[in-house]
Design a protein around this ligand. Sequence first.
Ligand code: GNR
Ligand code: NI
Length: 173
Amino acid sequence: MTVKTILTEPNKLLRQVSLPVEKVRNEERRLMDDMLETMYEAKGIGLAAIQIGVPKRIIVMDISKDDEKKPMYFVNPIIKNKNSDYSTYEEGCLSVPNQFAEVNRPSTCEVEYLDYNGSKKVLKATGLLATCIQHEMDHLEGILFIDYLSKLKKMMIVKKLSKQKNKVDRIVV
Ligand code: GNR
Ligand code: NI
């Protein structure tokens, strides 16, 4: 397993629409292992493959609070049912470092997907799980949580991130 570099906004790859996986093979499982290790290292609760530059419809998550790891794997996820009731969560994103904002999303949803072994599964998600799955599925469409904010809020965040990137580049050079 390898810790990969997480892409951060602004980056064109993060806006790419990811492609369905034909079959869950060893190559995909290796990718999921790397994604999980990258996510744990970055102290995130979810990660989409495109965040490490791979445009495949694959998500890993672990929302467990205790020390015990409870990894979840989603290949080709499809949302079947979204609640018409919305809930608000303060969201962050490993690709939008150190920026947080409240986002409204359907409070529950049902997801159909393939698991680590390629078996078809259905999951009813509520609470943080529902929020996180929808946040990750947005990544598969090239959407970031800042896209839901006002133009002004979004502009301020992107500007900050661009400045941070320049700073890091200057230190490295
Ligand atoms: O680590 C993460 N925390 C989080 C908190 C609230 C709503 C969504 C998330 S996902 C995020 C990791 C990430 O960027 N996944 O794409
Ligand atoms: Ni994210």
